[in-house]
Design a protein around this ligand. Structure first.
Ligand SMILES: Cc1ncc(COP(=O)(O)O)c(C=O)c1O
Length: 386
């Protein structure tokens, strides 16, 4: 099919839940993707943080191919090696106890909510204003935006929302029914909102004192994106439960809920047919190995700092730029105007960036990105802002 036909057919055959840009992406290599028409795009959106080690990764392709030829899925009613190898890696990296595997970020948060209720025997969860935790009904209940929930109510009872970056507000919201607090170390979907350096430390201390579980949603911040494998490692704390998805298998669907020793499901409490399947686990194992071998945590921190420094220089030159914020390669540029047109103009010039929260350009590039590639992006962005 040519691009026109693909777009027409999509409109007829696929539910129109996404506002897609009018290009058809065909393949990718490193930090670039290529349209069906052959046009090359520098991808600073990174498949919404899923493409951690680059498009067309040989390492992941080989792992997936070899695994596909051997065994894709036999269900969780048997033991399989790739899943166990992955769990061992994640337990070591997280410093936590045990993993539950699923297929997405929302599912990982569903498991976290169930786990918190089961472990504490309490029902209520404190979330934060502007939080995003996914679109399935449980995860949606912890998500802030009314627009996402209105048509699907009632969501789960027992969810309250407090100001982000405000431990006192959390303190005021607890009741005898509170099981857990769920929070993103950086709020991604609401426009890269970075809390104070001591927010998570204080929140952890408070949760410990009150015997409430701390669930960190690292679906977007995890897998080395902020310069450490988990963002909480910047603060020398450990959550009771952490969730990961997006970049863990370089774009192959996977989600995981990791909990502290002693916080656990019993048999039949939870399950997922595809969760922890051999193919996803092989891809995740290859992705993690590559991240560690190439020290992409360090690259994320280094390139992120460079990019933010340069973006701040752009801010000083262009009134349209209001604020630059980020950590590692999770960066937002808040504009004084809506960013949709800017993102569209960047696209025309061969740069993929995401516009989130109406006014924030969001950058989540592959963690392998180089200074040279960032300079190309800066050039395009500067041209467009000009
Ligand atoms: C912090 C956070 N949690 C959960 C999700 C939901 O993940 P998924 O789309 O894989 O269900 C997202 C997706 O953007 C996210 O950013």
């Amino acid at each position: 099919m040519d691009s026109k036909k693909i777009i027409e057919t999509e409109k007829k055959c696929i539910m129109q839940t996404y506002s897609r840009s009018s290009i058809v992406i065909d393949h990718g290599k490193g930090c670039y993707v290529f349209g069906k028409d052959g046009k090359k795009y520098l991808d600073l959106f990174g498949g919404l943080a899923t493409c951690s080690i680059g498009h067309g990764s040989k390492k992941v392709a080989e792992a997936v191919c070899n695994q596909a030829k051997k065994l894709v899925n036999v269900t969780n009613l048997y033991y399989t090696e790739p899943q166990v190898i992955l769990a061992k890696k994640l337990v070591k990296l997280s410093g936590l106890g045990k993993c539950f595997f699923c297929n997405s970020g929302a599912e990982a948060n569903e498991a976290a909510i169930k786990l918190a209720r089961k472990h504490t025997g309490k029902t209520d969860i404190i979330s934060t204003k502007h939080a995003f935790h996914g679109r399935t009904l449980g995860a949606l209940s912890a998500t802030w935006k009314e627009k996402f929930k209105k048509k699907f109510e009632p969501t789960l009872p027992g969810f309250t929302f407090v100001d982000y970056n405000n431990v006192e507000a959390t303190e005021n919201a607890i009741t005898e029914k509170t099981a857990a607090v769920i929070v993103e170390p950086i709020q991604g979907e609401s426009g890269i909102i970075i809390p104070d350096e001591d927010y998570l430390v204080k929140l952890k201390k408070f949760c410990e004192e009150k015997n409430i579980l701390l669930i960190l949603d690292e679906v977007q911040t995890g897998t080395a994106r902020t310069g450490k494998f988990f963002a909480y490692l910047h603060y020398n704390i450990k959550p009771d439960i952490v969730t990961l998805a997006k970049g863990l298998a370089n774009g192959v669907p996977i989600g995981v809920t990791i909990a502290k020793e002693g916080i656990d499901f019993d048999k039949s409490d939870h399950a997922s047919t595809f969760g922890g399947n051999n193919l996803s686990c092989a891809a995740a194992n290859a992705t993690i190995d590559f991240i560690l071998e190439k020290n992409l945590m360090e690259n994320a921190a280094k390139q992120g700092n460079y990019f933010m420094k340069k973006l701040n220089e752009l801010k000083n030159k262009h009134d349209m730029v209001k604020e630059v914020r980020g950590k590692g390669l999770m960066i937002g540029v808040e504009l004084n105007a809506e960013c949709k047109d800017i993102a569209n103009k960047c696209l025309e010039k061969g740069l993929l960036v995401n516009c989130v929260s109406e006014k924030v350009l969001r950058f989540l590039p592959p963690l392998i990105i180089t200074k040279k590639e960032l300079d190309i992006a800066l050039n395009i962005l500067e041209g467009v802002l000009g």
